[in-house]
Design a protein around this ligand. Structure first.
Ligand code: C2E
Ligand code: MG
Ligand code: MG
Length: 965
């Protein structure tokens, strides 16, 4: 309980105040005095402050009541009356009996509560202090704070009126002088340490950048420099050097904050490599930096705006960065994962800093602690970067030597090294080769000869030959595919590419190159090959493969006396009904069932193929006996008749079968298959569900054709083929200018056969090559003989017909070469006659061949011109020197239109620099017309039929100038 006596002085004081106030008539409030502790504790005066903002240049205040309880009124005049003055008033009481000296400290910059958007960046706070009694406090020089020395007499209560620069006074403390000095000294030590670490870090990251040259290092170094500058400014270090005014200091502080946020943006951008795939990030970062540059300019005038922007950008970068890092870590990006701890720390820092600037966190150590924290975070970033810088090894980034680059490229390509030290005969391969083959390490490091045992039997000789060749030739490249045996006895394909290395003595000292595992490629190739020659649905060989196998079997039966093949061809009757009634899927299943049933009936050496939609063919080698083959066919019919279950239903089939037995030598696979087809149609004709054998049905035409084909080879051997020569006359003087060689077959039974009867057949088989070569050799030899004969003085040429099969065989050019070697003739006097249709089959290729033939010195005549469809101007691309007009144009039979065509052909040929030979000149009137048209040569019955060489020779001897009379 308070006693009345306690209350009385208070009541008295109250009334005195009221009185005084009343007596002066102006509003004024007395402050309450704070008693200064005698033990030297620091006193925070903010709670005791009374603020007067915008109070004008004069301020009247009531003093705190003194020990006598009297409140007085004083008026203070602003020192700088132009600035609308803000004031703060407080009162101090010395309750002891000693004089007290204290320092009044108001820091220029105080982070806590400085604000987020337009922060208070610090300034001179106090212009002047007026005490209510005694001497004015003395200003103590300091760059960071306004410091005043205050002296209080024992028992004194003094009211201080503080004239402020603006309305803010974030902090005001009363310090005991020694304590203050100690505190400042302590902080100086701490600051020195932090600045030292920050400085080292900045320098270190800069050096790393110079060494490593990766973009994230300059970005991190920039960040470190930013922090260093910020800390220097914050710790007042900056001011020590530059001696700035408080407002300059604001600009520097704002600029440092902007720089710091900008460098954080750049850092996260480069660190996460955001520009690698995406230009949006780059654009975003560029715009942020541009804005920041503008903000710096604005900050020159309005620093607190700049700092505000910087603080917001910083905050957004940290938060946005966290999002990005989280996302990229989720996507498995290593760098993002590694920066997570640092960034979480940064988030904490940001939270603390935000609370601080908003004034929630407010004490003496928060500001230096935040600065220290910032340095710590950059230190962590530095460490994270170091990990990246050194984890990849020194080889990976930066400049490489050429050798290193090659080595790396080799590793990257997945190729393996193959090295053969020839001098010591040691082969060395990368361990991967042995790994792939499941061999022990070092197994393949052996002599060349030991390697052979690992190489596939069929590749061994090639491999050895290749190495020997390189050693002998001492140059060239080794390019070879071969198989190596693995531990499990299966083979892997490798492709070897290497080069010999020549020693100083010119010998090969080693061969070095790479091995590539191409097993998969080879398998794919085989697959492709398989798909190309197999039927998709049943997996059976297709028609091409069947014919190929049949041909092989035929050849083997001739050469090795192996078994003779028979062909059974099976066609399902009315298969289209199945498709129509049950659908294509069921149709396919039926075909599959048929293919399985057929396959079961053959032996391994036989072949079943699907050669058409519902046609299967069987090549039987396992059975030679014709009766047994026919039994098999019967069995097939039976098998196919048994029901094929498809779902709930059953399908019943019947088939027609044609059989062809091997009967004649020399028959081609196609012919044998054709025979079986002929038999099959016969079976079909009989109504299906039948078996026919070819020999029983052999059609007449087919029979004689085959007969001719099989006899032709013998004909060549027995010299039944002969060349006849038909003279070609020079119309100018009607002399013999040359001959066309025309083939005849003097058949012992059938008599003389014209080329039309056997050449097409020869073309179907491969015989045409031999026959063609025979004609070429024979005719050239004859020409050479005549040209050398002293009795014949006129220059002669010889025309030889060439078939399409000949021209599209590689050998023609070589054949011509060797013919010329054996029988030398005058250049251009051997002319090859080629028909237009032949050229048009493959114009590009024909042009090439013709070009080379002409280069060899052969003349080229375009035969039977006019029977095809191509225009002469088109044919002009080919190097023909002679045009042979077909007999259908030459024999006019009084037709005017024929004549017109003949004339224009001759004129056109002359325009194109070609000589013209008219074929089929049968009577004198034709020749007169031709002579009128200046046609150079003519050939026809009028001048002579195709005749034997001896007759042609006689004709030559008889007349140098030939006339029809
Ligand atoms: P081709 O090259 O146009 O030969 C001209 C054909 O016209 C020859 O028929 C010749 O006997 C016939 N002929 C010549 N003058 C007259 C005439 O005044 N009136 C009529 N109506 N016909 C005449 P041939 O000998 O039966 O030869 C037919 C075709 O066979 C030749 O046509 C040629 O394309 C080809 N040929 C001939 N020998 C060979 C050869 O050794 N190799 C090749 N690949 N084909 C040849
Ligand atoms: Mg001809
Ligand atoms: Mg002709």
């Amino acid at each position: 309980m308070r006693s009345i006596r306690d209350i009385i002085p208070g009541l008295v004081a109250f009334w005195v105040t009221v009185l005084l106030v009343l007596s002066f008539g102006a509003p004024a409030y007395a402050v309450e005095a704070v008693s200064v502790p005698l033990d030297g504790r620091t006193l925070d005066l903010r709670a005791a402050l009374e603020m007067y903002t915008d109070a004008g240049a004069r301020l009247q205040v009531s003093t705190a009541p003194g020990p006598d309880g009297i409140i007085r009124r004083i008026e203070v005049q602003a020192r700088d009356p132009d600035i609308a003055s803000n004031w703060a008033v407080f009162a101090l009481a010395n309750t002891g009996n000693q004089q007290i000296d204290r320092l009044l400290v108001a820091p220029h910059y105080w982070l806590p509560g400085s604000g987020l958007f337009t922060p208070d960046l610090g300034r001179t706070r106090i212009t002047n202090i007026t005490p209510s009694e005694g001497f004015a406090p003395e200003r103590v020089p300091s760059k960071e704070s306004d410091v005043f020395l205050i002296t209080l007499d024992p028992g004194a209560v003094v009211t201080f009126i503080v004239e402020l620069q603006d309305e803010r006074l974030p902090k005001l403390e009363l310090w005991e002088a020694d304590t203050y000095r100690d505190s400042v000294n302590n902080y100086t030590l701490y600051r020195g340490l932090v600045i030292g670490i920050a400085g080292l870090l900045a320098v270190f990251l800069t050096i790393i950048f110079v060494v490593k040259g990766t973009a994230m290092f300059p970005a991190a170094a920039g960040l470190a420099w930013g922090v260093l500058i910020y800390v220097c400014i914050d710790f007042g270090f900056w001011n020590e050097f530059f001696d700035l005014t408080a407002s300059q200091n604001q600009i520097h502080r704002a600029a440092s904050e902007i720089f710091l946020s900008a460098s954080l943006v750049v850092f996260i951008y480069t660190y996460l490599n955001l520009d690698r795939w995406n230009t949006t990030y780059r654009i975003a970062v560029m715009s942020v930096l541009l804005i920041m540059a503008v903000v710096v300019a604005i900050a020159m005038i309005e620093p607190s705006f700049g700092a505000g922007v910087a603080r917001i950008v910083f905050g957004l970068t940290v938060i946005g960065g966290m999002g990005l890092i989280g996302w990229m870590s989720w996507m498995g990006y290593d760098r993002a994962v590694m920066i997570i701890p640092t960034w979480i720390l940064l988030l904490f820092w940001l939270t603390a800093a935000t609370l601080c600037v908003l004034g929630v966190l407010d004490n003496d150590i928060v500001q230096p602690a935040l600065a220290g924290g910032m340095v710590l975070i950059v230190l962590l970033i530095g460490f994270t970067l170091m990990q990246h810088a050194f984890s990849g090894g020194t080889v990976i980034t930066g400049d490489l030597g050429d050798q290193q680059r090659r080595a790396l490229a080799l590793t990257g390509s997945g190729d393996m090294i193959w090295d053969w030290d020839v001098m010591r005969d040691r082969m060395i391969v990368s361990p991967e080769v042995e790994q792939k083959l499941g061999l022990r390490r070092g197994t393949l490091e052996s002599h060349a000869r030991d390697w052979l045992e690992f190489i596939h039997e069929s590749d061994r000789d090639r491999f050895r030959l290749m190495l020997d060749t390189v050693l002998v030739q001492r140059r060239g490249r080794i390019v070879q595919d071969f198989r190596l045996r693995s531990k499990n006895d299966d083979f892997h394909w490798f492709s070897l590419r290497a080069r010999p290395v020549i020693g100083s003595d010119g010998e090969v000292v080693r061969c070095v190159g790479t091995l590539t595992d191409i097993t998969e490629q080879k398998i794919a190739q085989e697959r492709l090959m398989h798909d190309a020659v197999h039927d998709n649905l049943t997996g059976l060989p297709n028609r091409e493969l069947f014919i190929d196998r049949l041909q092989t079997a035929l050849t083997r039966s001739e050469v090795d006396d192996a078994g003779y093949p028979s062909v059974i061809i099976i066609d399902i009757d009315q298969f289209s009904d199945i498709n129509d009634n049950f659908g294509l899927a069921i149709g396919d299943s039926v075909l599959l069932a048929v293919s399985r049933r057929l396959s079961r009936m053959t032996r391994p050496q036989d072949t079943v193929a699907r050669i058409g939609g519902d046609q299967f063919a069987m090549m039987l080698i396992s059975e030679e006996d014709t009766a047994k083959v026919e039994n098999i066919a019967t069995a097939i019919l039976r098998t196919l008749k048994s029901a094929i279950p498809i779902g709930d239903e059953e399908v019943f089939l019947s088939a027609s079968i044609g059989i062809a037995h091997f009967e004649e030598e020399q028959i081609s696979a196609e012919d044998l298959l054709r025979q079986s087809e002929t038999a099959l149609y016969d079976a079909k004709r009989k109504g299906g569900n039948e078996i026919s054998v070819f020999s029983e049905v052999s059609g007449d035409a087919a029979g004689s054709r085959l007969e001719i084909a099989s006899r032709l080879r013998q004909a060549l051997e027995r010299e039944e083929l002969v060349l006849y020569y038909q003279p070609i006359i020079k119309l100018e003087d009607r002399s013999i200018a040359g001959f066309e060689a025309l083939m005849r077959w003097e058949h012992p039974e059938l008599g003389m056969l014209a080329p039309a009867e056997f050449i097409p057949i020869a073309e179907e088989s491969n015989l045409i090559a031999d026959i063609g070569l025979f004609a070429l050799e024979e005719a050239t030899q004859q020409l050479a003989e005549w040209q050398q004969s002293p009795r014949i003085r006129t220059p002669l040429f010889m025309n030889v017909n060439v078939s399409s099969r000949q021209i599209f065989r590689q050998d023609l050019i070589n054949d011509v070469k060797s013919v010329f070697l054996r029988s030398p003739v005058h250049p251009g006097s051997l002319k090859l006659e080629i028909t237009e249709s032949l050229v048009m089959e493959n114009p590009e290729y024909a042009a090439q061949v013709l070009e080379r033939l002409r280069d060899l010195g052969t003349g080229l005549a375009l035969d039977d011109f006019g029977t095809g469809y191509s225009s002469l101007s088109y044919l002009q691309r080919f190097p023909f020197d002679t045009l042979k007009i077909d007999k259908s144009f030459v024999r006019q039979n009084g037709q005017e239109s024929q004549l017109v065509i003949l004339r224009s052909i001759i004129a056109l040929a002359h325009d194109l620099d070609m000589d013209v030979i008219a074929e089929g000149a049968e009577n004198e009137s034709d020749v007169v017309e031709l002579t009128d048209q200046e046609c150079e040569y003519a050939q026809g019955f009028l001048f002579g039929q195709p005749m034997k060489a001896s007759e042609a020779e006689e004709m030559l001897f008889r007349s140098t100038s030939y006339t029809t009379s």
